[in-house]
Design a protein around this ligand. Structure first.
Ligand code: ADP
Ligand code: MG
Length: 201
């Protein structure tokens, strides 16, 4: 017998009404090959955000500067996207990172109107699906955006938001498994970490 809404809610720790009103989400989205306007390439130094609780939600998001996101903001559709990202520390900060931190990694990106600028400016925030050794404010971040997951939603509860972020991450990983998307991990937009470069020689 399937669990009652109450049992389900207890397990998920979210209010009953919330569960009843939310349809299950697909685990993979979009076409098997890339469609316009993807791929979209972004690069810029990571900026301090506005403390909208990335780390509190278990989901730190690295912000790109406004002038670096024109390639995506000209697409002008807010929401959650997926792709790959790489963080490149300056030479004198390389020891802040493990080799694994230098890889091209799967990411989810939120493109949204920034309340700090009275919702007139779009902001791109990237969560990289990796546990970094340290923060990387000021370091160069490179990203390729490959597809769209969902629109921005208004959340009634923090639990519902966290649940959706977890689903976004899983959807992104599933989407990136497709060969036409996977190849972008090796795109020339990214740098081969020196350790791998040496290994391949
Ligand atoms: P802010 O409001 O400054 O963006 P967050 O709580 O969203 O603060 O944290 C973002 C910062 O956390 C990033 O700028 C980066 O330096 C660091 N960080 C650590 N791990 C990650 C990760 N996996 N993805 C994105 N940023 C990360
Ligand atoms: Mg952030």
């Amino acid at each position: 017998m399937p669990p009652t809404a109450a049992e389900y809610a207890a397990r998920q720790e979210i209010p009953v009404a919330q569960v009843q009103s939310r349809a299950p989400r697909p685990t993979i989205v979009g076409p098997d090959t890339l469609e316009q306007p993807f791929p979209i390439y972004l690069v810029g130094p990571v900026q301090k955000g506005f403390g909208r609780g990335g780390k509190d939600l278990g989901c730190p998001t690295a912000n790109l500067p406004d002038d670096s996101i024109t390639p995506i903001s000209s697409v002008a559709k807010t929401g959650v996207y997926y792709g790959y990202a790489q963080v490149l520390p300056p030479q004198d900060h390389l020891s802040d990172f493990h080799n694994a931190d230098l890889k091209v990694l799967p990411m989810v990106m939120s493109l949204g109107w920034n309340p700090f600028y009275k919702n007139k400016v779009l902001t791109a925030e990237i969560h990289i699906m990796h546990n970094f050794k340290s923060d990387f404010y000021g370091y160069e971040m490179r990203a390729v955006v490959l597809g769209y997951i969902r629109p921005e939603l208004d959340y009634i509860s923090r639990e519902a938001l966290i649940e959706d972020i977890e689903i976004d991450k899983q959807v992104a990983l599933n989407c990136l498994q497709r060969p036409a998307y996977q190849i972008y991990a090796n795109d020339s937009h990214f740098q081969i970490p020196e350790s791998e470069f040496k290994a391949s020689m």
